[in-house]
Write a protein that binds this ligand. Sequence first.
Ligand SMILES: Nc1ncnc2c1ncn2[C@@H]1O[C@H](COP(=O)(O)OP(=O)(O)OP(=O)(O)O)[C@@H](O)[C@H]1O
Ligand SMILES: [Mg+2]
Length: 330
Amino acid sequence: MAAQRKTTTKRKPAAKRKPARKASAKTTPKPRTKTTAKAESKSATESRLRGYGGGGVDTVISVEDVTRQIEAIAQEVTVEELDALVDGEPFLTIDDLRAGYGKMEILHNLNLRVGRKQSLCLIGPNGAGKSTILHAIFGFNNIFGGQIRVGTNDAKREITNLSPNQKLKQAGIAYILQDKSVFPSMTVEENLWMGGFLMDKPAQAKEAAERVFDKYPRLAARRKHQAKVLSGGERRLLEISRALVMEPEVLLVDEPSIGLEPRFIDMVFEILHDLQHNEGKTILMVEQNAKKGLEFADIGYVLVSGEVAIAGKGDKLLKNPEVGRLFLGG
Ligand SMILES: Nc1ncnc2c1ncn2[C@@H]1O[C@H](COP(=O)(O)OP(=O)(O)OP(=O)(O)O)[C@@H](O)[C@H]1O
Ligand SMILES: [Mg+2]
C-alpha cells in the first residue's frame, strides 16, 4: 500500500504529458468500476461501496493504473483556463501552492479558482492529494510555497499562513471533515454549541445553534438526543450544520457522501445545493462519487499526483469519455 501511495507523490512534468486526443484513441479495456488502494485491503463488500462508478467489480483497475491513464490524457491546465471557469471574480484563489506533510511535498504548484456562490468538485484516484488541498486551505499541513487568498477585488485577503482557528473565525472558512466527526456522547445541541467554540461568548454559540435548528427541523426534533443514536444521514446533517454555526462564506467539504445510503446521499447534496444557491455559500468539495459530485458542482477538477490534470465545467466533465471511463463506471 505504501508503495502505491508513494508513486502518487512524484511530480510528473507537464511537458511529458501526452495530448488528450492521442490518448483517447487508445483501445484500453473498458472497466466498469475501480477498486481503490484502500479498498483492496478490505473485504469485497467494502470495495464495492467505495468505487467511483455504480457498477460491480467485474473488471478491476488499480489506483496506479488510473493514475497512469489520467497522466497520459492530462494536458497542461493553464491559469487562464481555470479563470474562465469562474463566474465573475474568483473568491477563493490558490496560486502555485506547494504543500504536504513533514518535508514531503504532495501538491506541486497547484492553482485553483472558484467564484463566490460557486461550487467546485475535486475528483481523482486515492492518494492524488484531494484532501491535502482542503487541509492546506484550512491550515492543517505544511505549506512550502504559493498563496491562498479569499475575497474579491480590493477585499482579497491572503490567508496562506493563518491557523485553522483564524481561518474559521476571521476568514469565514469552515472545514467539514471526512466522516465521523460528531461527538457521539454529546447531544445534538451540544455538538452544535461546539461549532461555536471560537465565539466570544457561549450565548452567541447558542443563538447561532438556534438559527441552525430553525433551518433544519429534523435536527431540532433530535436536539436532546446523543449524536450516536442519529442515523447516518442525520449525523452528516449535524456535521454540516455544526460548520454553519460560525456562518462561514466558504465550505470545504470532504467526501459528503461517504458511507451513506443512496437516499441520504441525495439529501446531503440537496442540503449543499440549498447552501450554495439560497445561502450564497462557496463550496469546495472532494467527492469519490464522481457522478454525484460533478452533477452537483459548477466546476470540476481531476487531480492526479498533486496536480490538476483536467478542469472543466461539471456538466462537461460528466460527458468527457475519459472521465466517464475512469471515474463514472462507464
Ligand atoms: N497526515 C499525513 N501524513 C503524511 N502523509 C499523508 C498524510 N495524509 C495524507 N498523506 C499522503 O498524502 C498523499 C495524498 O493524500 P490525500 O489524503 O490528500 O489523498 P486523497 O486524494 O484525498 O485520497 P483518498 O481518495 O484516498 O481520500 C498520499 O500519498 C498520502 O499517503
Ligand atoms: Mg481524501
